[in-house]
Design a protein around this ligand. Structure first.
Ligand code: NAP
Length: 248
């Protein structure tokens, strides 16, 4: 089950955290994985080396998901070289937390540019190819706070809710072309993004989590792998929550 043999997958923000675990999970099932990143070349190289040392196939690809021209160019290059694109995982994201009265225009712009527009541009470039192939899988990485909201995360939560809307719209738009579009919505996951949170804030989130702990990137990756697989062919427009029960 969940074989990715012969498939090509692009994972945005695949160099670290959840994205790295997704790359490793897809590669372990046989996919050739393109590991996107924007700044941390060392982390991207490490992800590729980890996959190669386990016998998998991966390559790094630097581009900024928020730059529509760069996305088009990168996806076209990928397709010319590898001949196909079966799976797109829109995982790249940033969080700039602040109470509303301290939110700055540049934080809104950056969050929207990467979290929402970045996913949209990548979908546009990838789905164009998937339409021709009459098959494809898109998995967007939203967040529990896109459904529940959270204090200090109005901008981030709004961006992650927007991703759910994007997912549902594209699921309807491209179902007839054999393309499924779904979301995963992780709860608190141990990555660089959450390492910066104060222990008190993390403790409060874990206290709201029935399973009583933070999740691991690999636990999100397993859900992404399922949605990216042939076996998930009758699942589209859905939000798969991987949150330890934080929101049920
Ligand atoms: P992370 O450790 O901070 O990693 C973020 C990744 O996104 C990095 O690979 C980074 O690349 C990449 N990235 C950032 N801006 C980019 C851009 N403009 N273009 C291309 N790549 C870009 O984050 P994470 O915790 O693994 O989170 C991954 C996703 O899960 C995000 O969408 C996040 O919102 C979501 N999420 C996380 C949690 C959690 O608790 N951690 C919970 C719910 C949802 P560089 O290293 O090159 O900068």
């Amino acid at each position: 089950m969940f074989s990715m043999d012969g498939k090509v997958a692009l994972v945005t923000g695949g160099s670290r955290g959840i994205g790295r675990a997704v790359c490793e999970a897809l590669a372990a099932r046989g996919a050739h994985v393109v590991v996107n990143y924007v700044s941390d070349e060392r982390a991207a190289t490490e992800t590729v080396e980890r996959i190669a040392s386990g016998g998998g196939r991966a390559e790094p690809m630097r581009f900024d998901v928020g730059d529509p021209d760069a996305v088009e160019e990168a996806v076209t290059r990928l397709h010319q070289r590898l001949g196909r694109l079966d799976v797109l995982v829109n995982n790249a994201g940033i969080a700039r937390d602040a109470l509303l009265l301290r939110v700055r225009p540049e934080d809104v712009a950056a969050t929207w540019r990467i979290n929402v527009q970045g996913a949209l541009w990548c979908c546009k470039a990838a789905i164009r190819l998937m339409i021709r192939a009459r098959r494809g899988r898109v998995v967007n990485v939203s967040s529990v706070v896109g459904e529940t909201g959270n204090v200090g995360q109005s901008v981030y939560a709004a961006s992650k809710a927007a991703l759910i809307g994007l997912t549902k719209a594209l699921a309807r738009e491209y179902a007839s072309r054999g393309i499924t579009v779904n979301c995963v919505a992780p709860g608190l996951i141990e990555t660089d993004m959450t390492a910066a949170l104060p222990e008190e804030a993390k403790g409060a989130m874990i206290a709201q989590t029935p399973l009583g702990r933070a999740g691991k990137p690999e636990e999100v990756a397993a859900a992404v792998l399922f949605l990216a697989s042939d076996e998930a062919g009758y699942v589209t427009g859905q939000v798969l929550r991987v949150n330890g029960g934080m929101y049920v």
